[in-house]
Design a protein around this ligand. Structure first.
Ligand code: DGL
Length: 356
């Protein structure tokens, strides 16, 4: 009897100590907030073989977190459902709402890192906007998936696990907004979706910043352009984004789109030209007129890699045009919108394109 009662007392004490040790260990973990916006990572297909046929933006954030119990060993994770949309449908207003929420959370002492789950179609635009406008050194990771969680060899769970790991990592601080896809840690500025149906879809022509394997980060380079705390742009002071649109260059292109955008009162037009951002002879005078009417012209290229060289294929100084450097048209649009919240001076705009 005596020993049984002693044993029960010991077991009770051991359980209390264990519970206290677990609680203490959990409390010591970083706090990571997952902001969910939709996309395939929240998608669902009819069967496991549907890796490309599915509905995006169905699974709520709490279910995403509950489906990944491994997260509890990495961080104290909580979720907020900011939107539940496919990312091709996101708008400037959505971008502002999301960025302001990220900024507010980043200022909270009880938040150590932030993950944004997002559709992959426009993930690169959101990641760049956040890296330009959110003033924090805390890790901010944007993550998606190419296959829904219902599919064979779905990639979302590991991508999300990686994102939370990086968001909980001190060595991910001060590196700008990051993207974790397919075991790689990419710069939010440099990365783009380059394949529309493979899990190895996200690439940067300058390479990933690092890799993450079994929860450990391996870094190989650092961002070269201004971001987050180094940025002169701050989402907390931006109240609206100006209209900036993109026109595409190709053989026999008419000026219809440019004329319509100019008539609608856009503040800038990004021209996705051929090769080194070339503009067709018949389009040059149209863009010169647009510029003379006060609209900014940014020369980008439809060619994914390389970078547009000023005054090479077009006399940019003479036409007072801005070149987009290595930014693809959709990213050049993001930077132009953000830059125009501060200036419409073309020399200042060109500086901004060199620096961000
Ligand atoms: N509709 C696309 C999107 O939400 C699905 C692609 C994806 O998330 O992988 O971006």
């Amino acid at each position: 009897m005596y020993f049984a009662s002693r044993l029960r007392a010991f077991a009770g004490a051991a359980a209390l100590i264990t519970a206290s040790a677990i609680a203490h260990a959990q409390a010591a973990l970083p706090n990571v907030v997952i902001l969910a916006t939709g996309g395939t990572i929240a998608g669902a297909g009819a069967s496991a073989v549907n890796s490309a046929t599915y509905s995006a933006a169905k699974v709520p954030v709490d279910k995403l977190i509950a489906g990944l119990p491994e997260l509890s060993k990495v961080a104290n994770v909580r979720g907020e459902q900011v939107f539940q949309v496919a990312s091709e449908s996101l708008t400037n207003d959505n971008l502002m709402t999301l960025a302001k929420r990220v900024s507010a959370l980043s200022k909270q002492a009880d938040v150590d890192g932030i993950v944004i789950t997002h559709g992959t179609d426009t993930l690169e635009e959101t990641a760049y906007f956040l890296t330009l406008t959110v003033h924090t050194n805390k890790p901010i990771i944007v993550v998606g998936s190419m296959r829904p969680g219902t599919a064979l060899s779905a990639d979302g769970a590991l991508n999300l696990f990686d994102a939370v790991n990086v968001a909980a990592s001190k060595d991910a601080m001060g590196k700008g907004v990051l993207v974790t896809m397919n075991d790689e840690i990419q710069s939010g500025r440099d990365v783009a979706k380059t394949v529309n149906i493979k899990t190895e879809a996200f690439k940067s022509q300058w390479g990933p910043l690092g890799m993450i394997v079994e929860g450990k980060n391996y870094w190989f380079r650092a961002p070269a352009k201004r971001h987050t705390m180094q940025s002169e742009f701050d989402i907390d002071t931006i109240t609206a984004l100006p209209a900036v649109e993109i026109v595409y260059g190709y053989q026999s292109v008419p000026s219809t789109a440019i004329d319509a955008f100019a008539k609608s009162g856009v503040k800038a037009i990004v021209h996705a030209g051929t090769g080194n951002g070339s503009v067709a002879d018949r389009i040059v005078p149209v863009l010169q007129k647009v510029r003379s009417d006060g609209t900014i012209v940014v020369r980008s290229s439809r060619v994914p890699d390389g970078f547009v060289i000023r005054n090479a294929e077009q006399p940019d100084d003479k036409y007072d045009w801005v070149v987009a450097h290595d930014l693809r048209p959709q990213k050049a649009r993001i930077l132009t919108m953000v830059a125009l919240t501060k200036t419409n001076d073309t020399k200042e705009l060109q500086r901004i394109f060199w620096e961000y």
